[in-house]
Design a protein around this ligand. Structure first.
Ligand code: ATP
Length: 262
């Protein structure tokens, strides 16, 4: 059976004791391998919090996260690191390391006591190649531009060849061409059998690239399904307060044009 990463009735409350806020309320979704799922929603909707729970980085106050029917709390950190790759929203690296070393960190959960294997070296080389960062391999990460650094960080996660790749706004620092390249890369990742979850703000990318869109608002999942059925003008207006209309792009794929506040 295909392993599923699943959130069941997950709730998270945050804030000081006198100002507790329900950041996530009874969120449930099952992520499958081989699919790109886009999580969308306005600022503060709870997208990053949900992603952190799915990655095992935040324990929900109630509900459960399971990986292949096993509670994530019972999966060792090493196995979790092998099976779930997490790309955080903040593309910062606070160490003076070069890109090749950064990418090698993505292999740590796989490494035995004897250091890097041939498989590790191949996975690292493939990740550098796929993200167009091989040219920066010997550069110190801190000297890269924001977009170059974002690609190097993606290479680190790809090097781990996870079953599920969870990326929080992975396009944020990328120029248009690298955004498309990155999304094409995510598609190749799903074709090779992994599940990809992307937190996206660009709804046009979401409708074009995702197999499934999960829309969040105020800590709740308000829609979950095929992109065109979730991203309707009515729902976009209700959740974002923005007018939109669907279009068909030159290559026949679905597109979306946002025309302003409504
Ligand atoms: N430690 C905290 N204490 C109090 N509130 C918090 C804390 N961390 C997050 N929040 C709040 O939780 C809500 C959800 O945050 P989250 O980062 O999950 O939203 P998001 O949908 O990813 O937003 P964005 O699109 O702006 O990145 C926000 O209102 C945020 O202010």
């Amino acid at each position: 059976m295909t392993a599923v990463l699943e959130a069941r009735d997950v709730s998270v409350t945050l804030g000081a004791a006198n100002a507790r806020k329900a950041v996530l309320s009874n969120a449930s979704l099952a992520l499958r391998r081989g699919e790109i799922t886009a999580i969308i929603g306005p600022n503060g909707a709870g997208k990053s919090t949900l992603l952190a729970c799915l990655a095992g980085l935040r324990a929900p106050d109630s509900g459960a996260i399971t990986l292949g029917e096993v509670s994530l709390t019972r999966v060792s950190a090493r196995e979790r690191g092998q099976r779930i790759g997490f790309l955080p929203q903040v593309a910062e690296v606070n160490w003076d390391i070069d890109v090749a070393t950064l990418v090698s960190l993505g292999r740590l959960p796989h490494q035995g006591r004897w250091g890097q294997s041939a498989a590790d070296l191949t996975a690292m080389a493939d990740a550098l190649e796929a993200t167009d960062t091989a040219q920066f391999a010997s550069r110190v990460v801190g000297t890269l531009s924001g977009g170059e650094r974002a690609r190097a960080l993606l290479a680190r996660v790809l090097a781990g060849q996870p079953e599920f790749l969870l990326a929080d706004e992975p396009l944020a620092n990328l120029d248009p061409r690298h955004q498309f390249d990155s999304l094409a890369l995510m598609r190749r990742v799903t074709t090779s059998g992994a599940g990809v979850v992307l937190v996206l703000h660009d709804l046009a990318h979401a409708i074009r690239v995702a197999d499934r869109v999960v829309m969040m608002d105020s800590g709740r999942i308000v829609a979950d399904g095929e992109p065109a059925t979730v991203l309707t003008p009515e729902r976009i207006a209700a959740v974002y307060g923005v007018a939109s209309h669907a279009v068909t792009l030159a290559d026949g794929s679905p597109g979306l044009v946002l025309s302003g506040p409504c």
